[in-house]
Design a protein around this ligand. Sequence first.
Ligand code: HEC
Length: 180
Amino acid sequence: MRIKSVIAASMMMPAVAMAWPWSTDMMNQPSIKPQEGAMLDFPERSIPVGGMPTQVADREASRDITNPVEATAKSIDTGRVLFKIYCAACHGQTGAADSPVSGKIGAIALNDDYVQGSLSEGWLWGTITFGSYVMPAYGVPQGKRGSNDLNVEERWHVVNYIKHGLVKDAAAAATKTAAK
Ligand code: HEC
């Protein structure tokens, strides 16, 4: 009887349950993510097929990389889906830094001249890969403050969406709201 009430009481205390060591983070799972740990050597005489550089030293070294993924409608669509999943929480659904947390953590707008005009596609890719000052990294293993959730190509799709879809989407959303 007594044990039952202890169990019942603990089930009613989700706040305490949150603090248990095994419930820290759903993002960092034991599953092995791409490029985590030592990379194996490629088999002898293998040749690159995708032709995309996968290992870059840091964000600075990414600045001048040419985007190897053409900004087709399909790429932009893929980028849009990934953007909504990975970026919108902080940068807002339309990238205008209008999510409930944008102001609190200082997430910047991605639809303004600074990002659209001054930042190169390589730099955007590098920012997604390595993170920024507050922003987390999406292309390096955990431990280096990353989650490694987006593979090389997916990161370029997000870049294509930011540069070729984001502003158009925001304008379309604004017209819709105005028409209401
Ligand atoms: C946890 C919140 C958060 C998420 C999620 C997030 N960002 Fe950020 N991002 C920030 C913050 C805060 C800044 C501004 C401060 C900084 O540079 O770290 C920023 C800055 C940026 C910058 C500007 C970098 C520069 O050179 O000034 C770009 C570009 C960017 N984010 C793109 C993205 C993309 C693309 C995604 C999704 C893959 C994303 N962010 C996900 C918080 C986030």
